[in-house]
Design a protein around this ligand. Structure first.
Ligand code: SF4
Length: 310
């Protein structure tokens, strides 16, 4: 499958100031990520909060400048029209003072020279596509439920007919009863509009249901990537195994929950060697000093345990 986005050896870091003496610290948020997002797929980025997935997403959408590396898009139209984002919180992402129709018209008015009639036609088409009626267009965001607001946010992302949508925790702010509806809507729109998604979520059940491939991040590195079905059936990296052991459906199949020792180390002071060695149940001496490189094709993993196997 062709790539739509290629991320090449990407590093992103930023400065923070800490403590009463204003000590400067460098946060190493993304550390040498290589990733390709293929046309027509939903690629999920999994990992705990603080693992660098949101920073990587921001860098891909050009909202965070990289320290080094490259992001290459193979888009048919210009970037502004072709790459859109759906945010986590539909309560905060819609302007409360604007009617739905104006929220949806805005990107078209700014980025196209379409007539008023054509703009309204597109707005009506997209709102219907997300399962809402045209009557909704004259109402304000506060008049809608969380699920309906997320539908409006998705419609707004669709009006410029993008090729790529980055969805950052698109259902985590919603009631559980509503989550499945939005997940199904994303799945349906992907097929209908021929979209490519980068899905960021910490929820492994959402990943299992929605994504074609999964990349697992730990301290700014991709530690495992492969088809979602393969990763769930046969997780290789000890960190992936721990993440999956906390999914209820998998626990039912007899896998015990793997409790990791300690907290996620600070991205200010990255551990030497394998970044996961401070918490890994299988740590070996060499893991403390040497960094494993990705092994395998299709399903790749960064761990010395597979050096002689893959
Ligand atoms: Fe654990 Fe070593 Fe593999 Fe890192 S390289 S995940 S520390 S076994």
């Amino acid at each position: 499958m062709e790539s739509l986005v290629e991320v090449k050896d990407l590093y992103v870091e930023y400065n923070t100031v800490k403590g009463v003496f204003g000590k400067k610290q460098i946060i190493h948020a993304v550390n040498g990520v290589n990733l390709d997002i293929r046309k027509g797929e939903i690629l999920a980025l999994a990992g705990e909060s603080g693992c660098g997935k949101s920073t990587l997403a921001k860098a891909i959408l050009r909202l965070e400048p990289p320290k080094s590396g490259e992001i290459v898009f193979h888009l048919k139209k210009d970037f502004i029209k072709s790459a859109q984002m759906v945010f986590q919180n539909p309560y905060a992402s819609l302007n409360p003072r604007m009617r739905t129709v104006d929220i949806l018209k805005e990107p078209l008015e700014i980025n196209t020279a379409y007539s008023k009639e054509k703009i309204l036609e597109i707005v009506k088409e997209k709102i219907k596509m997300t399962g809402l009626d045209e009557d909704c267009l004259n109402r304000y965001p506060h008049e809608f439920s969380g699920g309906q607001r997320q539908r409006i946010a998705i419609a707004r992302a669709l009006v410029l007919e993008p090729e790529f949508i980055l969805a950052d925790e698109p259902v985590s702010a919603l009631d559980v009863s509503i989550q499945a509806q939005i997940i199904n809507l994303i799945k349906e729109l992907k097929e209908k509009c021929n979209l490519t998604f980068l899905l960021i979520t910490h929820d492994m059940s959402v990943i299992q249901y929605l994504s074609d491939r999964t990349a697992v991040m730990y301290l700014g590195e991709i530690v495992e990537i492969g088809r979602t079905a393969d990763i769930f059936a046969n997780p290789l990296h000890p960190y992936t195994k721990a993440l999956l052991s906390s999914v209820p459906q998998i626990k039912k199949n007899g896998v015990k929950k793997i409790m990791l020792k300690g907290d996620l180390p600070s991205p200010e002071n990255l551990p030497q060697g394998c970044r996961f060695h401070t918490r890994c149940p299988h740590v070996m001496e060499k893991c403390k000093n040497c960094s494993p490189s990705p092994k395998g094709s299709g399903h790749t993993v960064r761990c010395f345990l597979y050096d002689s196997v893959l």
